[in-house]
Design a protein around this ligand. Structure first.
Ligand code: ZN
Length: 309
């Protein structure tokens, strides 16, 4: 199915994209970064060694929970983690999960020139592939930092062999996102050229023309469990939904450091609820890795533009 310019991205939540096989496959993704790697604190990679690494124990905890529910997920790993903690990558692979890249050092893609972004992607993939021996074909930009302002990044990713990108955030936040972006998986069409790459945006629920995030990070921690379950059930009646969790979000004992509003609140808020909500989702829904969920494709072509009114 090919959409014209006129139809482009103004999609309603009633679309049933991804239902070609009659079955919606939900996705679980884990963004593997340490508590101090996030853009909440803006700590330069040169200073990372000054902070306590908790990535190994926190990732092991996630792996134990997934093993309990017999779920295989996609882990988007920082190249920097692959370099400093190769054992973490081995544990993920040995547990049968899939590994994608989350960039090298959690630098926002929309703050990089194309050349630098390509180098960052290449380096992260190489660091991961050196351990796994498997070509990396999935990518998530740090803090969902691909959108209309850096659409070229999708072309770079395709040229670097990425088959599925999950870096669009279809709502606006302090850091990134755009509320005109599609809410469902699609093949981007950029200046008339259709990419083979599938873009899988973060999952939001839409109603009355509004969009509400709930499917991961601070939103998942702050919103009530009953709302998250309800919203995920509503969304996944029509299209595949995706949950995302960071290993540090299960770590209630991580160090507290200062940061600016709103990150001083959002980073630490309700960390003690993550495991409970994650377990409830795993109990209520079936989850798959990203590549399993998109294997039948059937996603529409959608024109993406560098500017939206
Ligand atoms: Zn991240």
């Amino acid at each position: 199915m090919s959409l014209t310019e006129k139809e482009d991205v103004r999609c309603s939540d009633d679309n049933t994209y991804g239902l070609v096989t009659g079955e919606v496959k939900n996705i679980l993704t884990i963004d593997v970064e340490d508590w101090f790697h996030t853009n909440d604190f803006n700590i330069r990679k040169e200073d990372w060694s000054s902070y306590e690494s908790r990535i190994r124990r926190n990732t092991e905890k996630v792996l134990e929970i997934l093993d309990e529910y017999d779920v295989k997920a996609t882990f988007f790993v920082l190249g920097g983690v692959a370099e400093s903690e190769p054992g973490v990558i081995r544990s993920i692979i040995e547990a049968g999960h899939e590994i994608g890249s989350h960039g090298s050092y959690h630098e926002m893609a929309d703050r990089m020139e194309p050349k630098l972004f390509r180098e960052d992607v290449r380096r992260s993939c190489r660091s991961i592939e050196d351990i796994t021996g498997v070509k990396v074909i999935e990518f998530r930009a740090p803090s969902w930092s691909i959108g209309p302002g850096n659409i070229w990044a999708l072309e770079v990713l395709e040229e670097e062999g990425i088959k599925v990108d999950s870096s669009f955030q279809p709502f606006k936040t302090f850091l990134s996102g755009n509320s005109k972006l599609p809410m469902h998986p699609f093949h981007p069409v950029i200046e008339g050229r259709r990419l083979g790459l599938i873009e899988f945006p973060s999952t939001v629920i839409g109603f009355l023309g509004l969009r509400m995030p709930f499917s991961g990070g601070a939103y998942l921690r702050m919103l009530p469990e009953s709302f998250i379950i309800w919203a995920f059930r509503m969304v996944t009646r029509k299209r595949p939904g995706m949950i995302y969790v960071h290993p540090w979000e299960l770590d209630t004992e991580q160090p507290h450091i200062e940061s600016e509003f709103p990150f001083n609140i959002s980073h630490y808020k309700n960390l003690d609820t993550t495991e409970r909500k994650m377990r409830r989702l795993l109990k209520e829904f079936d989850f798959h890795s990203l590549s399993v969920a998109v294997q039948n494709d059937g996603f529409p072509d959608i024109v993406v533009k560098a500017q939206y009114p």
